[in-house]
Design a protein around this ligand. Sequence first.
Ligand code: AHM
Ligand code: MG
Length: 346
Amino acid sequence: MTNPEQPVIPEYSLDRDCTTLSRHALQQLHSFSAEAQDLSAILNRIALAAKLIARRLSRAGLMAGTLGFTGEMNVQGENVKKMDVYANDVFISVFKQSGLVCRLASEEMEKPFYIPENCPIGRYTLLYDPIDGSSNVDINLNVGSIFSIRQQEGNDLDGEAKDLLQNGRKQIAAGYVLYGPSTELVYSLGKGVHSFILDPSLGEFILSQENIRIPEHGPIYSTNEGNFWQWDEALRDFTRYVHRHEGYTSRYSGALVGDIHRILMQGGVFLYPGTMKKPEGKLRLLYETAPLAFLMEQAGGCATIGKKDLLDVVPDKLHARTPLIIGSKEDVRLVQSFIEKRESTN
Ligand code: AHM
Ligand code: MG
């Protein structure tokens, strides 16, 4: 008998509380096949990595040896932060003895990391940026992790990982974790984009939004305008346009995941173009721009390097970089119209 005094909790709320990331992935794939189980288990491990990183970030200012630089340089020639190293190791550690992925390739490692005990059965490679936007870490602002899953092709006996030098359409799944006021994981298996919030009381990522769609047009433009004089004329034309027209507002946090998350939810465009000194831009294709482009297309937006779709770009090396113009279709199109206009007058 139900007590009429007791509030009736709708059934869906319990079911929703039980919609964890791994269960959702299985639902998405409509299957309990070995492949579906593997992908679901990989996402579950990524979720564990995210929880470990979120836990450390939440207490970073109180723990010795957590903030600041290590004094080392990474393969990109950038100063490495202690959190970069920790987060990179977390991903390796959660995949050891998992039988799930044979290789991990990360922005922080010159070459892929092999997990030989997994290789006979783990036919996937995980690509990731363990802490993106790490300049924000020391001042307690938002940062993120970005990930992508690709099928391993061939045995890669020479360890060169040449099979990873393929376009972004080869990705099986991609996503990011945003370490903000809540920890949020957004992912796609090529069947829409879905978001999960970490419920600390459960220690689980619980479904918060299914089938996220980016607006066709939005009010935000997000870019580091400090580079204005380093951009080519077309990008400057676009910037002048948004300065002179009502309806656009600027938001830029210096951490890609948060900036892209805002664009995904509210619409607009994020730009990290090439500069005169670095025509290929700053962001890395395999660990940053391709996973985000995959998500954005799945949400109904788009991503380009200027004229070419970002997902069609084939990297010439593991740590290749690309310019990035990403977001709502209409706003990306507007940027492209300035590029075309400049080309037609040159
Ligand atoms: P990182 O992976 O070394 O942290 O670099 C990537 C970050 C992005 O999160 C962000 O969009 C960009 O670098 C910010 O760069 P800038 O300081 O040049 O605006
Ligand atoms: Mg990064």
